[in-house]
Design a protein around this ligand. Sequence first.
Ligand code: NAP
Ligand code: MG
Length: 500
Amino acid sequence: MATATQAVPLTEHVSKYVAKTRQMLINGKWVDAASGKTFPTYNPATGDVLANVAEGDKEDINRAVTAARHAFDNGPWRKLSPGERARMIWKLADLVEKHAEEFAQLESLDNGKPLTIARVADLPGTIEMFRYMAGWATKIEGNTIPLVLQGGGKFLAYTLREPVGVVGQIIPWNFPLLMAAWKLAPALATGCCVVLKPAEQTPLTALLLGELVQEAGIPDGVVNIVPGYGETAGAALAAHDKVDKVAFTGSTEVGKLILKAAAGNLKKVSLELGGKSPNLVFNDADIDATIPGAAMAIFFNHGQCCCAGSRLYVEDKQFDKVVDGVSQLASKIRIGNGLDPSTDMGPLVSEEQLNRVCGYLESGYHEGAKAAVGGKRHGAKGYFVEPTVLVNTNEKMKVVREEIFGPVVTATPFKNIDDLVAKANDTEYGLAAGVWTKDIAKAHHVASMLRAGSVWINCYNVFDPALPFGGYKQSGWGREMGHEVLELYTEVKSVCTPIA
Ligand code: NAP
Ligand code: MG
């Protein structure tokens, strides 16, 4: 594993952006926290403070919810025509595109991910999510319904799909801007108003997006952005009785807390949670395509993906070849500062994540696993971990059962398909899975047997704004993206009247 060292120069806008304490967006104004407090966000490549940010807490959440409530109940957003809303969302996409390099640099600085990856993955995903949802704003329809029991008369009955109202959105640090887009775009398309809380580790790109929300002409109070800690700001948002719905992406553990907090006013809840996704390789797979696919499935975004292909199961005849191939690719990954264009893998997002991932590696060794490649922290400064393949693993080990959320894959051989499907499904999670085979019937058979919200056949990590994404079992509730997400942000109203 080589170390990359040369960083690209920051744009003037990004240098200025991080030099100033960033405020929060409430009711169209940039304001300090009511408490006056700020908190630091760090550059994980160095461990140094990157910028200071206003620290929102319960009072700021209350101010933001009041603004969103007013914008929803009395404001212009819902009253605009769908076409006008669509044009503003499309304009927001254009503005993000115009500032793409600034977003990519800021994301790399705050999260640690390679600038080159932010440019080709996070930014296009964000921009196209806004465009795709701008298209839906004008296509949210109800039905006319023939009644079964007409009671001697004739009725006209129809449904309307209306915005769910004020939505609290709580997002994680692994794709900070993209997660903001996944949340904001459908809320705006359906006519909801939002209070967004970014993760404490990575608040900067969501705040920059807030500036563009204003420039796009989206009215004051429709989008409020309150950075702060989960236990204070996040918990207050999830519990707030004037919030109609909470949409959360993060750990399963916190997802359960969100659910409890939401019970007070029975707000609607959607959850996109953790995973321990199986990636299944059969003897008849195209091994030359499978090896880089299996490596990318786990090492993309440093394994900090809820859908990371973190359990690799390989049919016995190909096991050694696939493990050797993935290990060789892992050993060539260049680790370094995300701003260096030659970096393949940056640091993990925080010291906490570094300790968490290294703790899992230790537990794996303790239980008898061995590293075929990597297996430890990289360097002494910054939060880097070597891409790691663990072998000698079994179903009882913590490294096989629990979400590590780092560049660590466990590799296990299998002998027959029934045993494999049982193993693949033997998890509390059900977010994603991969299947690698040239046998088309087997591929679709296995896909049908897997209890997972996404199954990728002969590919992995394929995301698209049009493709629903979400989890079975403890990986979540509801589906983001595609037309499915509209259901999370709308209520159905039945209207009927006698007409004869
Ligand atoms: P997390 O605690 O679930 O954080 C996700 C979001 O929830 C953040 O905005 C966080 O705010 C907020 N939050 C935390 N506690 C809250 C509470 N009591 N009420 C309301 N909101 C709350 O995730 P994490 O601690 O950053 O990461 C821990 C593990 O979660 C990872 O190792 C990984 O396994 C998993 N994870 C999964 C995903 C995913 O995409 N499914 C994403 C990230 C992490 P703060 O950041 O300010 O605390
Ligand atoms: Mg940071």
